[in-house]
Structure formats: structure tokens, C-alpha cells
Write a protein that binds this ligand. Structure first.
Ligand SMILES: [Zn+2]
Length: 409
């Protein structure tokens, strides 16, 4: 029996059960597809005490990050550079009073895309990321990075060598952590008295609103609300003083935390009010969520079945982690998707888990052009459609995870 990752209670109710599911970021080689598939239960539950939505018994982070090449490079994701450029300017204003050389740390820094924005300013930077292959890429790009999980132990050694940090933060890393308490103890050790700790994480409120299950997979252990963070940080002598929803991942939660020095912002109060009035932090909302995403999956399946019954071909656009859970929910497999196209050379020539759908390059796809592209990552749909519209004179048809069909003509 496990306890809630935030409050320690042990009273859980099921939100959604995907059953046995493959690890989504692990594409297979030709040799690997003949072996039996590795699958693990994917069960999302909600703590009935603090209402954190979570995978209560995750498979180990070590398995996800260490035992295989983790195939996600920030630098390969469309639109992410501009997104971080904008955000780094915002962060810059938080350290601007510091005329010496402020020290900033990014956790889950991946290939250093975000820290690179600070490289030419009077700032000392350090990245921390457990995935060794992305760290190699970061080092190649000149971003000092430690290949490890952020913990109290690591924070102590960083503090000893480099001093306190003005800014500590991480985008899309906190959901991957099982021991949040150790993580926060680490922040407490390393953060300057006036420093700011920021987090960007998946937002349960956005998932509910958009009926979105694309973010649910094994390596996302927690699905947060603002209320979860207010309670959790309050118990650790920190305060959340600012929060808002960004467009990333179809609606991510970005929060700013300090030791109680700053005024709580109006936009944070508004977001909190919205959570209260929509009854977000409740089991009733979670039950409605499951109903909604299953309905969405059924709708999508009907659209795909109809297209296949007309003898048309469908190519998956981008073999991204996001979207595989939706395929699982809708029962979409090799009989529906002819192949995946992906611009990342690390993925080409591989196969998706369980269904063994090949991942090919854009050049190969052009020789065998599909009737429809299916965009599995809903958060990139706009960027992808705009890009392809520019590229082709002919009519290209896209299927979105909502079942909606978009034509470029
Ligand atoms: Zn709890």
C-alpha cells in the first residue's frame, strides 16, 4: 500500500484505468519487435484527502530514463525555442536586481534549450537532468549540466561548490518525480533567502477542460492543480505567489514560489477562484473527466474507422509520447495507422511498442504519400498544420485527436 505523494494519506479512488500499457517513449528496433512486449499497468487515481491526481505506484524512474535512450530532445520540438525565449525574459526580471553574477539552476534541463537563453547574460547557469543522452547534447552545446536526479543530496553538493541559487526551476520535470518531499528539501537547501523557485507542470484543470488524456503515461506520476501546490508549499514554509496557465502541452500550470516575501498576484487569485467555482479539486470532476475522455476516444475511433472503410491511408504525424495513450483508449493500432512520420533521426527506422507501426522519415513518406495525417500530439496541431500548409500546394488532410478533420485547402 502506498501513500499520497503530497499529503501522505492512503485513501484513493480510481480516475481512469488504461490497463496494461507500453512505455510510450520507448520505440523499438527491428531486433526488439520479435521479443514479447514490455507492458505495465497504467492506473490513475486521486487522493481523497488533498485531491492530487496521480499514478500511485509508478514503475521506477530509473527504468524510464536510464535503461534506454530517452528520445525527447527539447531542441527538436517545434515552437519550443520561441516559447522559452519569451519565458526567459520573464525570469530575467526576477533576478534583475542582482547586479553580481546570479546563479540559476534548471532541473530537467534536457538539451539546454532554456538555459541557453541566459548564456550570454551575466548569469552563472547549471542544468540537472537524469537522462544521459540529452546531457551529452547539452554539454556539446556548451551548457554545464549534471546527469543526475535532483535531490537533497545533490542540492547540498551544488550549494557547497557554487553557492545559493537566485532561481531554481524546471519545466515538465516535477510530474516525473516520485519523491516530491526530497525534491523540495533540495530546493530549500539550494535556494537563496530571496530566491524564487518556479515550476511548469501539467495542469489537471486544463486536462479536464479540454477532455485531454494525451498527457497520461507512465512517466507522468502526478497531475497537479494550483490548490495542490498551495497546500503542499504552505506545509513546507514556502508560498506560491504567482500562477497562471500557459499554452504549452494544451495548458500547463506555471507557478512561482518564494519564502513569503512577495505579494500574491491577481492572476493567481483569479486562477484559484476558477478552480473553486468549477469544483476542480473533487472526485465528481474526476469521474466526469473519465466519462468525457472515453467519449472523445469513441468519437475519434468512429472517424478513423470510416476513413479506413473507404480504403484510405493514414500516417501518424510525429511518433510522440503524447497521443499514444489516446490510441490505446480508442483501440487504434496497426490496422489503422500505416506508418508514423517523424523528423527526429533518433526515431526513424524504429517501431512503436505493441502495434509495431514503423517510424519513417519525411522523405520516405513523400514517396508513399498518405491520404490523411493523424496528429497524435494535440498541443502541436496548429504549428504542424501551418508548417505543412506552407510546404505543399496540394490539399493535405489532418485528423486531430478530437476526431476533427482539417484540410489545408
Ligand atoms: Zn493527498
Amino acid at each position: 500500500m502506498r501513500n499520497c505523494r503530497i499529503c501522505g494519506a492512503d485513501d484513493f479512488k480510481t480516475v481512469i484505468d488504461f490497463g496494461e500499457s507500453p512505455l510510450v517513449n520507448s520505440l523499438l528496433t527491428e531486433e526488439e519487435i520479435v521479443k514479447p512486449d514490455e507492458t505495465y499497468p497504467l492506473l490513475v487515481e486521486q487522493c481523497q484527502s488533498c485531491f492530487l491526481v496521480q499514478i500511485v505506484e509508478p514503475i521506477g524512474g530509473q527504468r524510464i530514463y536510464r535503461n534506454q535512450d530517452y528520445l525527447y530532445y527539447s531542441g527538436d520540438m517545434p515552437g519550443l525555442k520561441e516559447y522559452f525565449e519569451k519565458f526567459s525574459n520573464e525570469l530575467q526580471s526576477l533576478i534583475i536586481q542582482d547586479f553580481s553574477t546570479p546563479f540559476i539552476v534548471e532541473i530537467g534541463s534536457n538539451d539546454g534549450l532554456m538555459l541557453n537563453q541566459f548564456r550570454h547574460k551575466q548569469v552563472r547557469i547549471l542544468g540537472v537532468d537524469p537522462s544521459s543522452n540529452v546531457v551529452v547534447r547539452a554539454l556539446k552545446n556548451g551548457i554545464p549540466t549534471i546527469s543526475d536526479f535532483f535531490s537533497e543530496r545533490l542540492a547540498k553538493s551544488i550549494e557547497k561548490e557554487m553557492g545559493k541559487a537566485k532561481l531554481i526551476g524546471g519545466a515538465n520535470c516535477i510530474a516525473h518525480l516520485d519523491d516530491l518531499h526530497d525534491f523540495v528539501r533540495g530546493v530549500n537547501v539550494l535556494l537563496d533567502y530571496n530566491g524564487v523557485f518556479w515550476i511548469e507542470c501539467n495542469y489537471w484543470g486544463g486536462m479536464v477542460k479540454n477532455k485531454n488524456a494525451a498527457l497520461i503515461y507512465h512517466d507522468h506520476f502526478s497531475y497537479f492543480t494550483l490548490q495542490n501546490w498551495i497546500d503542499f508549499m504552505g506545509n513546507k514554509n514556502f508560498q506560491v505567489f504567482d500562477a497562471y496557465v500557459t499554452p504549452a502541452q494544451g495548458g500547463s500550470l506555471r507557478i512561482f514560489i518564494d519564502r513569503g516575501k512577495r505579494q500574491v498576484t491577481t492572476r493567481m487569485k483569479m486562477l484559484h477562484d476558477e478552480e473553486v467555482s468549477s469544483n476542480l479539486n473533487s472526485y465528481e470532476t474526476a469521474v466526469q473527466y473519465e466519462k468525457d475522455v472515453r467519449e472523445e476516444a469513441t468519437k475519434l475511433r468512429a472517424v478513423i474507422d470510416k476513413i479506413k472503410s473507404e480504403g484510405k491511408t493514414i500516417a501518424g504525424y510525429g511518433a510522440a509520447a503524447k497521443g499514444f495513450s489516446v490510441l490505446q483508449l480508442a483501440g487504434i493500432g496497426a490496422q489503422h495507422i500505416d506508418y508514423f512520420v517523424d523528423d527526429s533521426p533518433a526515431k526513424q527506422g524504429k517501431f512503436t511498442p505493441v502495434h509495431h507501426i514503423p517510424v519513417i522519415s519525411r522523405e520516405e513518406a513523400e514517396e508513399n504519400f498518405p491520404d490523411y495525417f493523424f496528429i497524435t500530439a494535440p498541443n502541436y496541431a496548429d504549428v504542424i498544420i501551418a508548417k505543412e500548409k506552407e510546404r505543399w500546394d496540394s490539399d493535405i488532410k489532418f485528423i486531430l485527436v478530437t476526431g476533427e478533420i482539417i484540410s489545408t485547402k
